[in-house]
Design a protein around this ligand. Structure first.
Ligand SMILES: *Cc1c(COP(=O)(O)O)cnc(C)c1O
Length: 402
């Protein structure tokens, strides 16, 4: 008989019978019940969207009487956008002259926006996973730019930027979410005067330490460490990046209105967006930024994710069936841990059993094709829930190997 896992947080526990129906399930995932006292209190470990904290939902509920359903051109929503911009400046200890700019469309839209509005002639990209490669493809395809310089390395490793004459923008992800590799945010020694550093911090921002002064645009979306929903892009822009945007805008390059960075900058300065943003996304984002700042800001956030990720890596290193996919400890991410399993364990089955027990989204990045689990340790996730997840995995593997 199938006994149900204890529902400690009703919103996060899918009905196991429905999950069973969806995946069609010939495997034994429904015959393994993880004891309730081993299970994490909250079973959301996906690499994006992140677990959302209950306090963010409470903030959303409070906003349902004040902000939701009101005009984004009036003071209440503009003040909310202002609060997000100020809160992020504080959180990232924004250097003098840096501005928080935002717009609709998420990080993927920002790659096109940057291709039109930030790259003057030629970009260099580090490509060591899905996300870095997508921005590289975007500038590489732009007919008004020279072919991009693209430096690749094997998944699970990272390359380094190399100064090259004629490159005016260097771009890489601080955290390659597809592989669990993180990369330093550092200016490129020997780069041309004025060359910009564009860092995709979508899954890093709010969870990994950074000195924003080492970048010109540190951009992200709110659905990872900020535990909100997708659909917005935000970035900290240096004075040089703001100048670059204005200079390109003044040329005769055709830029689609929706992707016009100068329009986004002008609107952001008024605490607005060019078109309608999701107000609930802004509310839950603001709640997370306030929580982070009240608890000690970036130091708090980066220590918490380091604690969570450290638990996974040390567990994997001492496990007889699991190993960290990223072999160089210095390249391992503190917000996404990728764990390989040896041939005695089928990670797909482990992920299915976890899912049937309400612990979701530990599947690896599909295109990597490895016998792996990918576990997010975003800042919203409790470090003790990470430990509970590891105990649950040990339990499941023990059962499967019998
Ligand atoms: C999630 C993610 C993206 C995509 O973000 P969207 O808001 O869905 O466009 C881009 N880059 C990285 C590093 C990510 O983790």
């Amino acid at each position: 008989m199938q006994s149900q896992p204890t529902v400690r947080q009703a919103t996060t526990r899918p009905d196991p019978s429905r999950v069973h129906a969806e995946i069609g399930a010939p495997v034994s995932e429904n015959s393994i019940t993880i004891p309730a006292d081993l299970l994490p209190k909250d079973g959301r470990f996906g690499a994006g969207p992140s677990k959302v904290r209950q306090e963010q939902i409470d903030a959303l509920s409070a906003a349902s009487k004040t902000i939701l359903g009101t005009s984004h051109r009036q003071a209440p929503v503009k003040n909310l956008v202002g609060s997000v911009r100020e809160g992020l400046s504080q959180f990232f200890r924004a250097p003098e002259g840096y501005e928080v700019v935002l717009g609709v469309g998420g990080s993927t839209a920002f790659w096109d926006i940057a291709s039109f509005g930030l790259v003057e002639q030629k970009a260099q990209h580090l490509s060591f996973g899905e996300f870095g490669s997508k921005f590289a493809a975007a500038t590489n395809k732009a007919p008004f730019l020279a072919a991009s310089s693209i430096i690749k390395s094997e998944p699970g490793t990272r390359p380094a930027a190399q100064a090259e004459a004629g490159i005016d923008a260097y771009a890489w992800p601080q955290n390659e979410t597809s592989t669990g590799v993180s990369a330093p945010v550092k200016r490129v020694a020997g780069a041309d005067e004025g060359a910009l550093v564009l860092v995709d911090a979508t899954s890093a921002a709010g969870g990994l330490d950074v000195d924003v002064a080492e970048s010109d645009v540190y951009y992200f979306a709110p659905q990872k460490n900020f535990a909100s929903d997708g659909g917005l892009w935000l970035g900290l822009f240096s004075p040089n990046a703001l100048d670059r945007a204005a200079r390109i805008k003044a040329t005769d390059r055709w830029i689609p209105d929706f992707l016009d960075l100068q329009t986004a900058i002008d609107n952001s300065r008024l605490n607005q967006t060019y078109n309608t943003p999701s107000l609930s996304t802004l509310v839950t984002l603001d709640a997370q930024v306030q929580w982070l700042n009240a608890n000690g800001g970036l130091d708090f956030a980066s220590a918490r994710t380091a604690d969570s990720a450290g638990r996974i890596y040390s567990w994997a290193e001492s496990s007889e069936f699991a190993t960290p996919f990223v072999t160089n400890p210095d390249e391992r991410s503190n917000v996404i841990a990728t764990i390989d399993f040896d041939e005695s364990v089928d990670a797909t089955v482990v992920a299915k059993v976890l899912r049937a027990n309400g612990v979701v989204d530990t599947e690896p990045y599909r295109k990597l094709g490895r016998n792996q689990l990918r576990i997010a340790t975003f800042v919203a996730i409790e470090p003790d829930d990470v430990s509970a997840l590891l105990a649950s995995i040990d339990f499941v593997v023990g059962k499967l190997r019998k």
